[in-house]
Write a protein that binds this ligand. Structure first.
Ligand SMILES: [Zn+2]
Ligand SMILES: [Zn+2]
Length: 479
């Protein structure tokens, strides 16, 4: 794309100065690229969106104006630049700022593909990388996290890419928890939403200085755990204590499943309380945590507490995990509700330790229980057998006796007459056969006749042509 075509003078007063002059005699593709005046260096661990905002600022633009300048039909609000910066955007910015495109790409979530998430198709949620900034809901959910001390000490305040990870909750350099909301207005930090007087330092909504916050101190355990998780995120393999090396992808999926257990479901609070007693960690925060569906919507210190508990369960795998689940009655179905693929280490632990506790897996056990009940003169129904063995008999109903003797329901759809006794259905079928009719037709006529006899006012029905007629009319026509 020729840069002359994207530079709109009305909105790009600075960039227009640097529109390259064409060299006479050279073809368009050979014309030299002229760099923009504002070309900030990418800081260490800086996120792409942070750098993008600084490029815009150094060239006298708002981030959304820079986006429109590069892609006139695109609005910045549609993009989470750290997750889905278009390749063309990166290439274009690299050409205009003189920065290396691979470095810019490494400042996006692509850095963690294959370790924190498998691959990103742009539509599904990334468990540990929730939307933030322009793409997030500003009132709830996960906001851009920052360390106020880092922003204070930065010669050039910038956002770190690791602050986008929901398991990152603290700054290791300053041993404090990150903040993700403005202390004055409570709004999430949305540095890309609009221009502020001081980039990243002021709240996008009220303009308050974020460096005035006094953040909560983070414990040594939280900092160490976070360092381990960041190591796992940067390596293909992670160590699952007691089990051995597993893919980091699997390690993070197990962690996510365990954290979810603490948030949703009847087991969430008992499990938190039990672990806080047993593990003697994060006890101070457990009772303060609100009931919440999404772990990522918690404040950083709350997330840190749940991560500590999950980490404790992932030590000495699977002994601690299985012990805690059994203690509070967590069964396999609560961990794997939708039958999705599980990492092998987790699947193995559930299959051999928790699944048995939930469901009978051996036909012989059901047969023996049935014989025991019959010997005692008790009818071996499903309910009686379930009471005896104390577990579910899913898939083994054929080994039980029916609760009462009844005529079979039949298989035809007309037999599924809700609330009609089986013997009436059987008699109706015999009557229909004798009359040489299909059962449905016979039942329909019988109902119409009964309605007429009961002198119930006919209700409107719609015939095949869409006209309305009454039951009485149709009955007369049949006769
Ligand atoms: Zn810091
Ligand atoms: Zn504010």
């Amino acid at each position: 794309m020729d840069c002359c075509t994207y530079a709109a003078p009305a909105i790009l007063p600075v960039l227009c100065v640097y529109i390259p002059m064409r060299v006479p005699g050279l073809r368009a593709e050979h014309q030299p690229e002229r760099l923009w005046p504002g070309r900030p260096m990418l800081q260490q661990d800086e996120s792409f969106s942070s750098w993008f905002a600084r490029v815009a600022e150094m060239n006298g633009l708002l981030p959304q104006e820079l986006m429109r300048a590069l892609f006139p039909r695109h609005h910045l609000g549609l993009y989470d630049l750290d997750r889905a910066a278009p390749g063309a955007l990166i290439e274009r910015l690299a050409a205009k700022t003189g920065r290396a495109a691979p470095d810019l790409r490494n400042a996006t979530f692509a850095r963690w593909a294959g370790t924190v998430f498998e691959r990103d198709d742009g539509r599904t949620k990334l468990g540990w990388l929730p939307p933030s900034g322009a793409a997030s809901n500003s009132e709830g959910g996960f906001g851009q996290q920052v360390c106020r001390h880092c922003l204070d000490e930065d010669r050039t305040p910038h956002l770190r890419l690791s602050w986008r990870l929901s398991f990152v909750t603290a700054c290791a350099d300053h041993a404090v928890h990150l903040i993700n909301r403005c202390p004055s207005c409570g709004f999430q930090l949305l540095p890309m939403r609009r221009g502020t007087k001081r980039l990243f330092v002021d709240c996008a909504r009220c303009g308050d200085d974020l460096r005035s916050v006094r953040p909560e101190r983070a414990s040594r355990q939280v900092i160490e755990l976070q360092s381990r998780m960041l190591c796992n995120a940067s390596d293909l393999w992670s160590m699952l204590d007691g089990h051995g090396p597993i893919l980091s992808l699997a390690w993070f999926e197990i962690l996510e499943r365990l954290v979810r257990l603490f948030c949703v479901g009847p087991q969430a609070r008992p499990l938190r309380t039990h672990l806080a007693d047993v593990a003697q960690c994060a006890t101070h925060a457990i009772d303060r945590l609100p009931p919440i569906r999404d772990f990522r919507a918690l404040e950083p210190s709350g997330r840190a507490s749940l991560l500590e508990l999950a980490s404790w369960m992932m030590t000495d795998w699977p002994r601690r995990f299985v012990g805690a689940c059994r203690q509070v009655g967590v069964h396999a179905g609560l961990i794997d509700k939708h039958g999705r693929r599980l990492p092998y280490a987790l699947h193995h632990a559930i299959r051999w330790n928790l699944f048995d506790a939930e469901t009978v897996t051996d036909d012989g056990e059901v047969v023996a229980a049935r014989a025991h009940l019959e010997a005692a003169g008790i009818r071996p129904t499903l309910a009686a057998l379930r009471t005896l063995v104390g577990r579910s008999l899913d898939g083994r109903g054929h080994l039980t006796a029916p609760a009462r003797t009844a005529i079979a329901w039949g298989t035809h759809r007309h037999w599924k007459l809700q609330g009609v006794a089986p013997e009436v259905r059987a008699a109706a079928r015999t009557a229909a056969h004798r009359a040489g009719m299909n059962l449905g037709v016979w039942v329909d006529r019988a109902l119409r006749s009964a309605l007429l006899d009961a002198t119930i006012s006919p209700k409107s029905v719609i015939n095949g042509t869409g006209e309305q007629e009454t039951i009485t009319d149709r009955s007369r026509r049949h006769t």
